[in-house]
Design a protein around this ligand. Structure first.
Ligand code: NAD
Length: 308
Protein backbone atom coordinates (compact mmCIF):
# COMPACT_ATOMS: atom_id res chain seq x y z
CA UNK A 1 0.00 0.00 0.00
CA UNK A 2 1.18 3.53 -0.74
CA UNK A 3 2.54 5.12 2.45
CA UNK A 4 0.59 8.10 3.78
CA UNK A 5 2.88 10.89 4.96
CA UNK A 6 1.58 14.00 6.70
CA UNK A 7 3.48 17.23 7.22
CA UNK A 8 2.13 19.61 9.86
CA UNK A 9 3.43 23.12 9.18
CA UNK A 10 3.94 24.12 5.55
CA UNK A 11 6.48 26.90 6.02
CA UNK A 12 10.04 26.92 4.70
CA UNK A 13 10.97 23.46 5.99
CA UNK A 14 7.56 21.83 5.47
CA UNK A 15 7.21 22.85 1.85
CA UNK A 16 10.78 21.92 0.94
CA UNK A 17 10.25 18.57 2.63
CA UNK A 18 7.03 18.04 0.64
CA UNK A 19 8.96 18.77 -2.57
CA UNK A 20 11.81 16.41 -1.61
CA UNK A 21 9.30 13.62 -0.85
CA UNK A 22 7.36 14.23 -4.09
CA UNK A 23 10.54 14.13 -6.19
CA UNK A 24 11.39 10.75 -4.66
CA UNK A 25 7.75 9.60 -5.01
CA UNK A 26 7.82 8.31 -1.45
CA UNK A 27 4.09 8.36 -0.73
CA UNK A 28 0.78 10.22 -0.66
CA UNK A 29 1.17 13.57 1.06
CA UNK A 30 -1.09 15.55 3.38
CA UNK A 31 0.08 19.15 3.80
CA UNK A 32 -1.49 20.62 6.93
CA UNK A 33 -1.15 24.22 8.14
CA UNK A 34 -3.25 26.64 10.16
CA UNK A 35 -3.15 29.00 7.18
CA UNK A 36 -5.74 27.49 4.80
CA UNK A 37 -4.46 29.25 1.69
CA UNK A 38 -0.91 28.12 2.33
CA UNK A 39 -1.80 24.44 2.86
CA UNK A 40 -4.13 24.23 -0.15
CA UNK A 41 -2.04 26.48 -2.41
CA UNK A 42 1.24 24.63 -1.81
CA UNK A 43 -0.49 21.25 -2.23
CA UNK A 44 -2.03 22.29 -5.54
CA UNK A 45 1.27 23.73 -6.80
CA UNK A 46 3.10 20.51 -5.91
CA UNK A 47 0.33 18.25 -7.27
CA UNK A 48 0.62 20.03 -10.62
CA UNK A 49 4.32 19.05 -10.74
CA UNK A 50 3.54 15.33 -10.38
CA UNK A 51 2.84 14.70 -14.12
CA UNK A 52 6.33 16.06 -14.88
CA UNK A 53 7.89 14.19 -11.97
CA UNK A 54 6.18 10.99 -13.13
CA UNK A 55 4.83 10.64 -9.61
CA UNK A 56 1.39 9.21 -8.89
CA UNK A 57 1.37 10.57 -5.33
CA UNK A 58 -1.91 12.05 -4.11
CA UNK A 59 -1.24 15.43 -2.52
CA UNK A 60 -3.79 17.38 -0.51
CA UNK A 61 -3.68 20.59 1.51
CA UNK A 62 -5.79 20.99 4.63
CA UNK A 63 -6.39 22.78 7.91
CA UNK A 64 -8.30 19.80 9.26
CA UNK A 65 -6.51 17.27 11.47
CA UNK A 66 -9.00 14.58 10.44
CA UNK A 67 -7.16 14.47 7.08
CA UNK A 68 -4.00 13.06 8.71
CA UNK A 69 -6.06 9.99 9.69
CA UNK A 70 -4.08 6.74 9.61
CA UNK A 71 -0.85 8.38 8.42
CA UNK A 72 2.20 6.12 8.50
CA UNK A 73 4.57 8.99 9.22
CA UNK A 74 3.75 12.44 10.61
CA UNK A 75 6.28 15.28 10.46
CA UNK A 76 6.01 18.21 12.78
CA UNK A 77 7.42 21.34 11.16
CA UNK A 78 4.93 23.84 12.61
CA UNK A 79 5.95 26.79 14.70
CA UNK A 80 8.30 29.68 14.76
CA UNK A 81 11.89 29.54 13.48
CA UNK A 82 14.77 31.54 15.00
CA UNK A 83 15.38 35.10 13.94
CA UNK A 84 18.86 36.64 13.93
CA UNK A 85 20.18 36.71 17.51
CA UNK A 86 17.51 34.31 18.80
CA UNK A 87 18.51 30.89 20.17
CA UNK A 88 16.52 27.72 19.54
CA UNK A 89 15.69 27.63 23.27
CA UNK A 90 14.16 31.11 22.97
CA UNK A 91 11.47 29.54 20.75
CA UNK A 92 10.16 27.26 23.53
CA UNK A 93 7.42 29.53 24.97
CA UNK A 94 6.00 30.14 21.48
CA UNK A 95 6.27 26.62 20.11
CA UNK A 96 5.34 24.61 23.23
CA UNK A 97 1.54 25.21 23.05
CA UNK A 98 1.58 24.55 19.28
CA UNK A 99 3.37 21.24 19.77
CA UNK A 100 1.08 20.13 22.60
CA UNK A 101 -1.98 20.71 20.42
CA UNK A 102 -0.37 18.90 17.49
CA UNK A 103 0.58 15.96 19.72
CA UNK A 104 -3.00 15.56 20.93
CA UNK A 105 -4.26 15.53 17.35
CA UNK A 106 -1.68 13.04 16.15
CA UNK A 107 -2.64 10.72 19.01
CA UNK A 108 -6.33 11.09 18.10
CA UNK A 109 -6.09 10.70 14.30
CA UNK A 110 -2.89 8.81 13.57
CA UNK A 111 -2.35 6.61 16.64
CA UNK A 112 -0.15 4.11 14.82
CA UNK A 113 2.08 6.63 13.10
CA UNK A 114 5.74 7.28 13.49
CA UNK A 115 6.43 10.91 14.49
CA UNK A 116 9.47 12.86 13.38
CA UNK A 117 9.70 16.27 14.97
CA UNK A 118 11.69 19.11 13.50
CA UNK A 119 10.32 22.14 15.39
CA UNK A 120 12.82 23.79 17.72
CA UNK A 121 14.01 23.43 20.37
CA UNK A 122 13.88 19.97 18.83
CA UNK A 123 15.13 17.77 21.71
CA UNK A 124 12.69 19.36 24.20
CA UNK A 125 9.69 19.42 21.88
CA UNK A 126 10.24 15.82 20.78
CA UNK A 127 10.05 14.91 24.47
CA UNK A 128 6.76 16.85 24.71
CA UNK A 129 5.34 14.92 21.73
CA UNK A 130 6.43 11.65 23.36
CA UNK A 131 4.64 12.59 26.59
CA UNK A 132 1.49 14.04 25.00
CA UNK A 133 0.94 11.17 22.55
CA UNK A 134 1.97 8.36 24.90
CA UNK A 135 3.51 6.62 21.86
CA UNK A 136 6.24 4.03 22.45
CA UNK A 137 9.74 5.50 22.33
CA UNK A 138 10.67 3.85 19.01
CA UNK A 139 7.88 5.79 17.23
CA UNK A 140 8.91 9.29 18.32
CA UNK A 141 12.14 10.97 17.24
CA UNK A 142 13.58 14.33 16.38
CA UNK A 143 15.57 15.26 13.29
CA UNK A 144 18.70 17.31 13.81
CA UNK A 145 21.72 15.01 14.06
CA UNK A 146 21.69 13.98 10.42
CA UNK A 147 21.64 17.66 9.42
CA UNK A 148 24.34 18.69 11.92
CA UNK A 149 26.46 15.73 10.81
CA UNK A 150 26.09 16.77 7.18
CA UNK A 151 27.27 20.24 8.18
CA UNK A 152 30.24 18.72 10.05
CA UNK A 153 31.18 16.62 7.00
CA UNK A 154 30.87 19.72 4.82
CA UNK A 155 33.29 21.63 7.09
CA UNK A 156 35.74 18.69 7.26
CA UNK A 157 35.61 18.32 3.48
CA UNK A 158 36.29 22.05 2.96
CA UNK A 159 39.15 22.08 5.46
CA UNK A 160 40.89 18.95 4.19
CA UNK A 161 40.14 19.32 0.46
CA UNK A 162 38.79 15.76 0.24
CA UNK A 163 35.38 14.53 -0.81
CA UNK A 164 32.76 14.21 1.91
CA UNK A 165 32.18 10.73 0.43
CA UNK A 166 35.38 9.63 2.18
CA UNK A 167 34.33 11.13 5.51
CA UNK A 168 32.45 9.44 8.37
CA UNK A 169 31.46 11.83 11.15
CA UNK A 170 28.54 12.41 13.51
CA UNK A 171 27.21 15.17 15.70
CA UNK A 172 25.48 14.02 18.89
CA UNK A 173 23.88 15.55 21.98
CA UNK A 174 21.85 18.74 21.78
CA UNK A 175 20.68 20.52 18.60
CA UNK A 176 22.12 23.85 19.68
CA UNK A 177 25.29 25.45 21.02
CA UNK A 178 25.98 22.45 23.29
CA UNK A 179 26.07 19.96 20.40
CA UNK A 180 28.86 17.37 20.49
CA UNK A 181 30.74 16.92 17.21
CA UNK A 182 32.14 13.44 17.97
CA UNK A 183 35.47 13.98 16.22
CA UNK A 184 37.13 11.20 18.22
CA UNK A 185 35.05 8.79 16.15
CA UNK A 186 35.36 10.60 12.79
CA UNK A 187 37.35 8.93 10.03
CA UNK A 188 38.74 10.07 6.69
CA UNK A 189 38.96 7.04 4.41
CA UNK A 190 39.61 4.84 7.42
CA UNK A 191 42.14 7.13 9.13
CA UNK A 192 41.15 8.79 12.42
CA UNK A 193 40.28 12.44 11.66
CA UNK A 194 42.10 13.52 14.83
CA UNK A 195 45.37 12.23 13.39
CA UNK A 196 44.94 14.45 10.32
CA UNK A 197 43.50 17.74 11.56
CA UNK A 198 45.35 20.16 13.83
CA UNK A 199 43.81 21.31 17.11
CA UNK A 200 43.29 24.77 15.56
CA UNK A 201 41.44 23.20 12.61
CA UNK A 202 39.38 21.11 15.04
CA UNK A 203 38.21 24.20 16.92
CA UNK A 204 37.34 25.98 13.63
CA UNK A 205 35.42 22.97 12.33
CA UNK A 206 33.49 22.60 15.59
CA UNK A 207 32.50 26.26 15.76
CA UNK A 208 31.58 26.46 12.05
CA UNK A 209 29.37 23.37 12.45
CA UNK A 210 27.75 24.77 15.55
CA UNK A 211 27.12 28.16 13.96
CA UNK A 212 26.03 26.77 10.57
CA UNK A 213 22.33 27.56 11.06
CA UNK A 214 22.84 31.03 12.56
CA UNK A 215 25.23 31.94 9.71
CA UNK A 216 22.44 31.19 7.22
CA UNK A 217 19.69 32.80 9.32
CA UNK A 218 21.77 35.99 9.60
CA UNK A 219 22.03 36.06 5.81
CA UNK A 220 18.34 35.33 5.23
CA UNK A 221 17.27 37.62 8.12
CA UNK A 222 13.70 36.45 8.68
CA UNK A 223 13.73 32.97 7.19
CA UNK A 224 15.09 29.68 8.50
CA UNK A 225 17.22 27.05 6.80
CA UNK A 226 15.31 24.71 4.50
CA UNK A 227 17.18 22.78 1.80
CA UNK A 228 19.57 20.92 4.13
CA UNK A 229 16.96 20.10 6.84
CA UNK A 230 14.43 18.91 4.23
CA UNK A 231 17.05 16.75 2.53
CA UNK A 232 17.99 15.17 5.86
CA UNK A 233 14.35 14.44 6.73
CA UNK A 234 13.62 12.95 3.30
CA UNK A 235 16.65 10.67 3.77
CA UNK A 236 15.15 9.46 7.07
CA UNK A 237 11.85 8.67 5.30
CA UNK A 238 13.68 6.64 2.66
CA UNK A 239 15.54 4.65 5.32
CA UNK A 240 12.31 3.98 7.22
CA UNK A 241 10.21 2.98 4.21
CA UNK A 242 12.95 0.70 2.85
CA UNK A 243 13.54 -0.71 6.34
CA UNK A 244 17.20 -0.04 5.52
CA UNK A 245 18.45 -0.13 9.14
CA UNK A 246 21.07 2.54 8.50
CA UNK A 247 22.73 3.99 11.57
CA UNK A 248 22.18 7.72 11.67
CA UNK A 249 22.01 10.26 14.50
CA UNK A 250 18.50 11.19 15.66
CA UNK A 251 17.06 12.73 18.80
CA UNK A 252 15.87 9.67 20.69
CA UNK A 253 14.57 8.75 24.12
CA UNK A 254 17.37 7.58 26.39
CA UNK A 255 16.94 4.98 29.09
CA UNK A 256 20.47 4.53 30.40
CA UNK A 257 22.28 4.85 27.07
CA UNK A 258 25.10 7.39 27.14
CA UNK A 259 24.54 7.49 30.95
CA UNK A 260 21.29 9.44 30.56
CA UNK A 261 17.67 8.60 31.32
CA UNK A 262 14.33 10.25 30.64
CA UNK A 263 15.20 12.73 27.92
CA UNK A 264 15.64 13.03 24.17
CA UNK A 265 19.13 13.65 22.81
CA UNK A 266 20.95 13.12 19.55
CA UNK A 267 22.51 9.65 19.44
CA UNK A 268 23.27 7.16 16.66
CA UNK A 269 20.27 4.91 16.08
CA UNK A 270 19.48 1.93 13.89
CA UNK A 271 16.60 3.29 11.83
CA UNK A 272 14.07 0.93 10.26
CA UNK A 273 10.40 0.41 9.49
CA UNK A 274 9.44 0.44 13.17
CA UNK A 275 11.40 3.63 13.82
CA UNK A 276 14.27 3.72 16.29
CA UNK A 277 15.14 0.02 16.48
CA UNK A 278 18.24 0.35 18.63
CA UNK A 279 20.49 3.00 20.10
CA UNK A 280 24.08 2.55 18.99
CA UNK A 281 26.48 3.03 21.85
CA UNK A 282 29.73 4.77 20.86
CA UNK A 283 32.67 4.98 23.19
CA UNK A 284 33.14 8.75 23.25
CA UNK A 285 36.34 10.25 24.64
CA UNK A 286 36.34 11.91 28.08
CA UNK A 287 35.91 15.43 26.70
CA UNK A 288 32.96 14.39 24.52
CA UNK A 289 31.38 12.50 27.44
CA UNK A 290 31.63 15.65 29.55
CA UNK A 291 30.11 17.82 26.78
CA UNK A 292 27.28 15.29 26.34
CA UNK A 293 26.64 15.31 30.12
CA UNK A 294 26.58 19.13 30.24
CA UNK A 295 24.10 19.22 27.35
CA UNK A 296 21.94 16.61 29.14
CA UNK A 297 21.93 18.68 32.33
CA UNK A 298 20.90 21.74 30.33
CA UNK A 299 18.02 19.84 28.67
CA UNK A 300 16.92 18.24 31.97
CA UNK A 301 16.77 21.65 33.66
CA UNK A 302 14.48 22.96 30.91
CA UNK A 303 12.25 19.87 30.97
CA UNK A 304 11.87 19.94 34.75
CA UNK A 305 10.97 23.66 34.62
CA UNK A 306 8.03 22.72 32.37
CA UNK A 307 6.58 20.42 35.09
CA UNK A 308 5.28 17.82 32.63
P1 NAD B 1 7.99 28.83 9.03
O1 NAD B 1 7.61 30.00 9.86
O2 NAD B 1 8.46 29.07 7.65
O3 NAD B 1 6.79 27.81 8.95
C1 NAD B 1 6.08 27.40 10.08
C2 NAD B 1 4.69 27.00 9.62
O4 NAD B 1 3.99 26.47 10.73
C3 NAD B 1 3.87 28.20 9.08
O5 NAD B 1 3.37 27.89 7.80
C4 NAD B 1 2.73 28.33 10.10
O6 NAD B 1 1.52 28.80 9.53
C5 NAD B 1 2.63 26.89 10.60
N1 NAD B 1 1.95 26.75 11.88
C6 NAD B 1 2.07 27.50 12.99
N2 NAD B 1 1.27 27.01 13.96
C7 NAD B 1 0.65 25.92 13.46
C8 NAD B 1 -0.30 24.99 13.98
N3 NAD B 1 -0.76 25.09 15.22
N4 NAD B 1 -0.73 24.01 13.17
C9 NAD B 1 -0.26 23.90 11.90
N5 NAD B 1 0.62 24.75 11.36
C10 NAD B 1 1.07 25.74 12.12
O7 NAD B 1 9.10 28.01 9.87
P2 NAD B 1 10.19 27.01 9.28
O8 NAD B 1 11.36 27.78 8.82
O9 NAD B 1 9.55 26.04 8.35
O10 NAD B 1 10.65 26.26 10.61
C11 NAD B 1 9.74 25.44 11.32
C12 NAD B 1 10.41 24.94 12.61
O11 NAD B 1 11.48 24.05 12.25
C13 NAD B 1 11.05 26.05 13.45
O12 NAD B 1 10.84 25.82 14.81
C14 NAD B 1 12.53 25.94 13.11
O13 NAD B 1 13.36 26.45 14.12
C15 NAD B 1 12.65 24.44 12.96
N6 NAD B 1 13.82 23.95 12.25
C16 NAD B 1 14.42 22.86 12.77
C17 NAD B 1 15.51 22.30 12.13
C18 NAD B 1 16.14 21.05 12.71
O14 NAD B 1 17.24 20.69 12.31
N7 NAD B 1 15.49 20.37 13.64
C19 NAD B 1 16.00 22.86 10.95
C20 NAD B 1 15.35 23.98 10.44
C21 NAD B 1 14.24 24.52 11.10
Amino acid sequence: MTPKISIIGIGTVGQMLAYALAIKNLGDLVLMDIKPGRAKGKALDLAQATPILGSDAKIIGTTNYADIKDSDIVFVTAGKPSEPGQSRDDLLPLNLPIIKEIGQNIAAYAPNSLIINITNPVDILTYILFKVTGFPKNRVMGMAGLLDSSRLKFCLSETLGVSFKSIEAMVLGQHGPMMVPALSKATIAGLPAEAIISSQQTENIKSKTCEAASTIINLLEYESTGFAPATAIAKMVEIILKDAKEIIPASSYLEGEYDQTGLFMGVPVVLGQTGVEKIWQLNLNDDEKLQFKKAAEHLKAIVSSLKI
